[in-house]
Design a protein around this ligand. Structure first.
Ligand code: CDP
Length: 203
């Protein structure tokens, strides 16, 4: 049986943490679709053509180090504007979403474009200051020398590019449940998301 849970939202809203926990709770497979764009972005920073990189993407490319770096995130949001790159990455995401046993996919356009018929859709958000602060702490904890101001500017730039692009813009699907994690601890956000999915499964 396939069951798809689509989780979208802006940068550093908590999608990744929530998606991993929801997938573990329901014993489903999880795909962080941002990694696909980050992997293409990283190859472009190394001199590759975006479409060539997207066409030849393989599972090992998602494991290379440095994909979480801010410059790779920005490069990801630049290649994510390209229609042909998005088309190239679509089939893999769709087939993943139909895995036996269910799948959780997180990204920007999962509920709107990749899996418009997903059984459950969540849009995870938080204020931009909270999101920048979380990402700042995350990056600092890896030893990165970066300021909160830089992180805030990166998040704002990426949000604007993701929301304003013509193809697959970041927008909540009409039937998505919106959860704001600004005032929630990690455990509270996870518990809320799991109970929302559980209620959605019953209805
Ligand atoms: O972890 P964070 O939310 O900061 O970013 P991410 O999910 O790893 O995504 C990196 C970038 O990839 C985003 O800023 C988007 O431009 C792009 N992306 C996208 O366009 N569509 C997706 N389904 C996932 C990511």
């Amino acid at each position: 049986m396939s069951f798809t849970i689509a989780i979208d939202g802006p940068a550093a809203a908590g999608k990744g943490t929530i998606s991993k926990a929801v997938a573990a709770h329901f014993a489903m497979a999880h795909l962080d679709t941002g990694l696909l764009y980050r992997a293409v972005g990283a190859q472009v920073l190394a001199g590759a053509d975006p479409l060539v990189a997207a066409k030849s993407l393989c599972p090992d490319d998602l494991k290379v180090s440095g994909l979480r770096r801010p410059e790779v995130a920005l490069a990801a949001s630049e290649v994510a504007v390209l229609v042909d790159v998005r088309k190239e990455l679509l089939a893999f995401q769709r087939s993943f979403s139909r895995r036996e046993g269910g799948a959780v996919l997180d990204g920007r356009d999962i509920g709107t474009v990749i899996c418009p018929k997903a059984e459950f859709k969540l849009f995870v958000t938080a204020t931009v200051d909270v999101r920048a602060d979380r990402r700042y702490r995350e990056l600092r904890s890896t030893g990165m020398d970066i300021t909160l101001e830089q992180v805030l500017l990166d998040v704002l730039a990426r949000d604007a590019r993701d929301a304003d692009r013509a193809t697959a813009p970041m927008i909540p699907a009409k039937d998505a449940v919106v959860i704001d994690t600004s005032e929630l601890s990690v455990d509270e956000a996870i518990a809320d998301a799991i109970s929302l999915v559980q209620n959605g499964m019953k209805s």
